[in-house]
Ligand binder design. Sequence first.
Ligand SMILES: *Cc1c(COP(=O)(O)O)cnc(C)c1O
Length: 480
Amino acid sequence: MVGSAMGMSEKNGAAEILIGDLDPNGVFLESLSNGVDFDGEHHAELKQNGKREIVLGRNVHTTCFTITEPDANDESTGDKDAYMASVLARYRKNLVERTKHHLGYPYNLDFDYGALGQLQHFSINNLGDPFIESNYGVHSRQFEVGVLDWFARLWEIEKNDYWGYITNCGTEGNLHGILVGREVLPDGILYASQESHYSVFKAARMYRMDCVKVGTLTSGEIDCADLKLKLLANKDKPAILNVNIGTTVKGAVDDLDLVIQTLNECGFSNDRFYIHCDGALFGLMMPFVKRAPKVSFKKPIGSVSVSGHKFIGCPMPCGVQLTRLDHINALSRNVEYLASRDATIMGSRNGHAPIFLWYTLNRKGYTGFQKEVQKCLRNAHYLKGRLLDAGISAMLNELSSTVVFERPRDEEFVRRWQLACEGNIAHVVVMPNVIQEKLDDFIAELTEKRSTWYAEDKDQPPCLAAELGKENCACKLHRT
Ligand SMILES: *Cc1c(COP(=O)(O)O)cnc(C)c1O
């Protein structure tokens, strides 16, 4: 039985060791046997040829909170309650600490939704179409449609011309947008830059679409010269494009106007292409950045999606997807069981998320978001400057708050600050909760550790000219 109020890790010596002194190689091997990923590509790269190895996360099984059956001889539930309370208390403490040291993922962790606590007693579900009430009455469509209208104004489409819904995440928005594109242009080829989010390529596999990867510039933007070549090579088929409003790794913004111009130059009239804008990250930042290209349904685009838990700061994963009503009428089905229409990817839909979005959009409004965006861009510039001053290669795209820099050599450090890494680079996404003080702590720790990684003259930091551009590279050769 569960006797110890201290928790379960003591029961499992291995778990303690894993948490205490992390051995990256040990974790690597362990995860290898357990790591199942969607396409198996990663496993291929994991071959231990001593070259490029992807460090997967640690195996959660060794640290899980076990669920125990009540002891038949034990009349009281006191022990069990104490066990559960202690697990939750420790978990909460861990969340506080992990939140404090989070820098790598684009989640705004600064919010206060205390007023919504009263709603957690309800099973709110918006299953079906947001605009067609189903027979299930415990829903929040009033909030959902209010939020959608707000985004419709932002992206300049009339109330009667759009359709959309609150998704479970940005990925679902991409899956939906690309599906609409395929339904509108059934034999279309999907074009996406190689720095697009993995969900775009997942969509291509799921829908068995032909997919052409387009090259990128150093900034991470789609290379329209390459796009042109690839469009011309497939002129006989319509084009479905994923345009990135903020790429995941470098925060690069594809030039929507240039993409449209390229399509036209290659002879694609507006009825022979469909554009989905993946605005998961910057969909709600760009409208508030001066000089930024505008995402608008006045342009020939088919859909836009954004993640609700990123910049907007919803404490649960969610997203917003908007498309044109004509497209949806063509592909949806009425479902008698729901007394609603089936036009979404998922069936049941989180009814709490729209209320959180409604709450935060009301509170902050355009001016609130504008202030937050400015703060993020300022702090991102500050971070980049401090990194370069410390002799660390770093890059920041003009419209972005994603600071890309030399990947720290120590996986424990990467985990501690929850940095996202790819190849030789890592990034910090400066969100509203990432204040200067936190950045100062981070830099102090990084520079201190780094001096030990490159203590010997033969240990030189890698050249990152290819990834970040010569002007941002601080390697021995490129530093000035
Ligand atoms: C995060 C992200 C996504 C996926 O969003 P989720 O909400 O995590 O599913 C898609 N595209 C880009 C560019 C992203 O940064």
